[in-house]
Design a binder for this molecule. Sequence first.
Ligand code: FES
Length: 102
Amino acid sequence: MSAGRPAGDREPPGDREAAAGSGAAAGPGSAAAAGPAAGSEPVTITVCPDGPLLVRGGYELLDGDDRPIDPGRATVALCRCGASAIKPFCDGSHKRARFRAR
Ligand code: FES
């Protein structure tokens, strides 16, 4: 953890976290497997300051019709700013949009 940040507070997501939601992710409605083995491990959701929600663990990601979305990776960054071009995933646009959650 970097100095000056409260315990448990993480650095705002960089390109690595944004990449967690880009690239190999299938679009909504994908029939591919959804996330890492759902239920195999606890799910954690980390609220990144002024950035996405990082989801880790045995989650299953579903679209609005309850169809699985394959995130293509174990950790997924979900957009909460509304500016991403690849929703529901974060593509780093929150930085350009100067999203502030507080
Ligand atoms: S939170 Fe990153 S693009 Fe919206």
